[in-house]
Design a protein around this ligand. Structure first.
Ligand code: ZN
Length: 440
């Protein structure tokens, strides 16, 4: 069958392999007996609650409309043009099922939503989650593909994503029509950047690759390029300001909770996260291989990392206390004796300074004071959100109170200042003297 459009996937039949003649499938779908859906049979007249669906792909051009698909004899779908390897967020909560080489659809992810609705993404280059994984809206479920002849592409002749939904009766429906008729599907929380030189106005990080989403955030600077790491569905993604913040999976998987930290050490990008209770380190110069640091028992959602004279220091919470491990002692875990639910670290000269949250208040402890815990006067902290940085010798603390990020500085007696930036996960950075807040 001729394919005149390089982005056209579905001239023939992007139908799951049912062994049925396509016209029979079309007839069956019209009658609502469910054959076109690949097997889910339901009783007519059953009442279903509609799942909350949003469109994760608004940043991409539609290269094939629903009508285009029907005109080609497809059962329907929407094609979005996007580069191979683009992360694909779930359009709604549900259970993931991967179907490799699903006929002309190629590698297919099916998200089984509540009450019988399903969504299918086709022509993937890579699955990311195991069968049966339950995901929330926005969790990345796979990477797009579609390059002609590539593994998983099926009959696709150009990079793109094909998306359709299937209703409980087994009839293929347009996600865009569904969303128009069922508003209220919530987009997941997104990463925002706020800068001190724009009065802390929060700007969503998005570009040609779509929104950067995640449950945790850790930024670094590499020259003048700002790099943000986020955790999404147990995987670490990297987005850079010089690439339009396009979200790229780093290959680091298995992360638990929302613990994430990053460091630029002599141009090598380092990521720290918690996997199976252990702190893992991955570096850009080892193809992001996940390495167990040997730091165990980490139960919290908080990691912080600094470097002093080339030695990497990692801070995390073990058994309710801050522990320090450093690369010069083979990452041996040392209890600082400081109780905390979150930790953030900075260096001030050769002194290492730790900030912790304990009972809604922020405390400061310094290595040159034997890690003695001192209340900073900052109270009302909700959750375990905490970040810190050294700005020209002035110590700055960022935390979340009442849903907003607050800033306090050592040169203003640690007075709590509302930045106006919302978010429950926060990280900070300076680039060219401008203070930057990243919140998710
Ligand atoms: Zn298609």
């Amino acid at each position: 069958m001729a394919q005149t459009d390089g982005l056209d996937c579905c001239g023939g039949a992007d139908v799951p392999s049912t062994g049925l003649d396509r016209r029979a499938v079309l007839r069956a779908a019209t009658l609502g007996v469910g054959a076109a859906a690949g097997g889910l049979l339901t009783l007519p007249g059953t009442a279903y609650a509609a799942p909350a669906i949003y469109n994760p792909f608004t940043a991409y051009p539609i290269s094939g409309s629903w009508a285009d698909h029907l005109a080609r004899g497809s059962l329907g779908g929407i094609d979005f043009a996007m580069p191979v390897g683009t992360p694909l967020p779930a359009c709604g909560a549900g259970t993931v099922q991967n179907t490799p080489n699903n006929g002309t659809g190629g590698h297919t992810v099916t998200i089984q939503h509540a009450d019988g609705y399903r969504s299918q993404y086709m022509h993937l280059s890579q699955f990311l989650l195991g069968n049966g994984t339950y995901v929330q809206a926005g969790t990345v479920v796979g990477l797009s593909g579609g390059a002609a002849g590539a593994p998983g592409s099926g009959n696709s002749t150009g990079p793109h994503l094909h998306w359709h939904m299937i209703d409980p009766a087994g009839v293929r429906i347009s996600p865009l029509v569904y969303i128009a008729e069922h508003p209220g599907g919530a987009a997941p929380r997104q990463v925002y950047e706020a800068a001190s030189n724009n009065a802390w106005r929060a700007l969503p990080i998005s570009g040609s690759g779509g929104a950067v989403t995640g449950s945790a955030v850790a930024p670094i600077a590499l020259g003048s390029t700002k790099i943000v790491y986020t955790l999404n569905g147990g995987r670490v993604f990297e987005a850079a300001s010089n690439a339009g913040w396009q979200n790229l999976w780093t290959g680091i998987t298995g992360a638990q909770g929302t613990a994430l930290a990053a460091l630029n050490l002599n141009g090598v990008k380092l990521i720290y996260t918690v996997v199976d209770g252990y702190v893992h380190e991955a570096a850009s110069n080892n193809a992001w291989r996940n390495l167990n640091s040997g730091i165990s028992g980490v139960s919290s959602a908080s990691i912080s990392v600094i470097q002093l004279d080339g030695v990497k220091y990692v801070y995390s919470i073990v058994g309710g206390y801050v522990h320090e491990a450093h690369s010069a002692n083979a990452w041996r875990n040392l209890n600082t004796g400081i109780p905390a639910s979150a930790v953030a670290a900075i260096t001030l000269g050769s002194t290492k300074i730790i900030y912790t949250v304990n009972g809604g208040s922020v405390y400061e402890a310094a290595s040159n004071a034997g890690w003695q815990n001192l209340w900073t006067g900052i109270s009302g902290v909700s959750g375990s959100t905490l970040a810190a940085m050294n700005v020209a010798g002035v110590k700055h603390i960022y935390t979340s109170a009442g849903g907003y990020v607050h800033e306090a500085a050592s040169n203003n007696a640690w007075r709590n200042l509302n930045s106006g930036v919302g978010g429950s996960t926060v990280a900070v950075l300076t680039v060219g003297g401008v203070k930057l807040i990243y919140a998710a």
